[in-house]
Design a protein around this ligand. Structure first.
Ligand SMILES: Nc1nc2c(ncn2[C@@H]2O[C@H](COP(=O)(O)OP(=O)(O)OP(=O)(O)O)[C@@H](O)[C@H]2O)c(=O)[nH]1
Length: 520
């Protein structure tokens, strides 16, 4: 059978017009045919297009990788696998006497299965710059030769990763982990996707699945061998044991889902609204944190008329700060009133509210602020009170104001004294903000958190937990084994969709890989 496969492979290479020597010994040791070997060879620029850079990388994957190597380098001998070699790249199919040099490049051939995709792959490290990359890409494209069955085409978004998945190099959770790793903008985001990328989520999902399959098998046994109408006491015991096991598993999955739901904040960023009376220093605080002049600062009250969002990486955490118009109850100015309404709305939609107070005014002077903080929209929101302009006050007065503010908000928040002018207290404020962020995103002491893709979160909610809840309901309402077994299957299929290893693969592939960039 194996020899047959070898013969077929070698035939395949010949009909593919691959005129380089098929190394039979290597194929024998390989004992592996990628499941994607019948697909066209794909190529793409793996580094950003239309940008000047020192190096650009072109990735090629598929059975014609070696052929492309020979054609571009005009060399007859196979290259040493997995070794970087300095080679001249020439326009293929041109008169051999004319040079037609395209570039000098480092090239590496990765024979399958020891490559990212599991197929034979070739990587070209060429000089950066649009014209060089374009000429080499064009040369590869021209090697497509339908009549001789050499199928080469430009890759689609995520196609290299898709091939890696199809050749079982990764499951879907790992593939999505790679994408999230590339997309990570901050240190905390990078940290949080490692659980997917490193495969620890995959192990967890597989463990859940095997527990559920085990439980489902016991229910199937009751259905297949039990009485049609009723279940006897032995089977009832089995059913109840399955129920206990499912309950424990559901608790674990609930915990996991809660952690990933909360950790989602790490990806989207913590939305933080700066709220306060006019002229208290909200814009100054934003500029101090951003170390930049984002918002206009002036001593004219009501300078900020609308909300201004600013995304910041604060010590590795993504925070979306929103500077809002100063809130006061007694303005007649129509535009200012609209600004105030928007500020209140922004505050309501934020994850955390920072109330900025001017210490030189002795504390909050407008009751509208206190009314707002105690309103329905704000009452469950984490609060942070920032007492600004402490450079203008002596420490005794500052302590009195802090005590008063703490009483006003009845222990709902700490009060942090700062000065945007001198920078005093700003470090403390950043530490306080990050502590709130970690609490909300359920980041533990070792800075661990788990994030999974939106797709996985939805399946966990809509399929896995839904199936488990329905199972428990079927057990509770009438000890209905058949219904309960179907519900467990639903949850099991959900986990299969997550990892892509068991069911509904085709349906989910499009969703997963379409979000990748070309060349990945
Ligand atoms: N002494 C001192 N002045 C400050 C401090 N922070 C801000 N100011 C001054 O306070 C004034 C108002 O500052 P802004 O940052 O514009 O205040 P705001 O709350 O955004 O004002 P609105 O846009 O009207 O809502 C400016 O003149 C700032 O220079 C501080 O820590 N100490």
């Amino acid at each position: 059978m194996f020899l047959k496969q070898l013969t077929f492979m070698s035939h395949f290479r010949q009909v593919n017009g691959l005129n380089f020597r098929v190394n039979l010994i290597r194929s024998f040791h390989k004992q592996f045919t990628p499941s994607t070997f019948h697909l066209p060879t794909i190529y793409a620029l793996a580094t950003p297009p239309v940008q000047k850079s020192a190096i650009a990388v072109i990735r090629i994957s598929g059975s014609a990788s070696g052929y492309i190597y020979h054609k571009l380098t005009r060399r007859k001998r196979d290259p040493t696998p997995r070794m970087m070699l300095l080679r001249n790249l020439y326009k293929p199919n041109e008169n051999i006497l004319t040079q037609n040099l395209l570039d000098q490049a480092l090239v590496t051939l990765f024979p399958g299965p020891h490559s990212f995709t599991g197929e034979d792959s070739l990587e070209l490290y060429i000089h950066g710059g649009t014209a060089v990359a374009q000429s080499v890409l064009e040369a590869i494209g021209k090697l497509n030769d339908r009549t001789n069955n050499i199928n080469i085409r430009y890759a689609e978004a995520g196609e290299f990763s898709k091939r890696a998945f199809q050749n079982q190099k990764f499951d879907l959770t790992e593939v999505e982990g790679i994408k999230d790793l590339i997309d990570a903008e901050t240190e905390s985001q990078r940290n949080s996707v490692l659980s997917s990328f490193s495969g620890s989520n995959k192990k967890l999902f597989e463990n859940w699945r095997s527990q559920l399959v085990n439980n489902e098998a016991q229910l199937t046994a009751i259905i297949d061998f039990g009485d049609d109408n009723d279940i006897d006491s032995d089977n009832y015991k089995i059913f109840s044991n399955v129920e206990s096991s499912v309950r424990i598993l559901k608790r674990d999955i609930d915990d996991f889902v809660k952690r990933v739901d909360r950790a989602h904040l790490l990806q989207s960023g913590l939305k933080l609204a700066l709220i306060g009376e006019p002229n208290v220093g909200k814009s100054s605080l934003l500029n101090t944190l951003a170390k930049d002049d984002v918002s206009i600062v002036s001593n004219i009250p009501g300078t900020t008329r609308d909300t201004i969002d600013r995304v910041m990486d604060l010590e590795g955490y993504k925070i979306v700060f929103c500077d809002t118009a100063g809130i006061r109850g007694n303005t007649e100015d129509e535009i200012e009133q609209i600004g105030i309404e928007r500020a209140m709305l922004k505050g309501g939609r934020s994850d955390v509210c920072v109330i900025v107070v001017d210490s030189s005014k002795g504390g909050i002077t407008d009751p509208k602020i206190i009314e707002l903080v105690n309103s329905e929209m704000f009452k469950d929101k984490p609060l942070l009170i920032v007492l600004n302009k402490i450079d203008l006050m002596d420490s005794e007065k500052i302590n009195i104001i802090m005590d008063h503010l703490q009483n006003t908000f009845k222990g709902r928040s700490v009060v942090l004294p700062v000065s945007c002018n001198t920078g005093e207290g700003i470090e403390n404020l950043i530490t306080g903000l990050i502590r709130i962020f970690k609490d909300l995103a359920l980041v533990d002491e070792q800075n661990n958190s788990i994030t999974v893709s939106q797709r996985i979160r939805e399946i966990l909610h809509n399929d896995v937990l839904y199936g488990l809840d329905s199972f428990l309901m079927a057990k509770k309402l009438g000890n209905d084994v058949v219904m309960a077994s179907e519900d467990l299957k639903y949850a099991i299929d959900g986990i299969g969709k997550i990892t892509g290893s068991h069911v509904g693969v085709e349906e989910v592939l499009g969703v997963v890989f379409s979000t990748f960039c070309v060349g990945k």
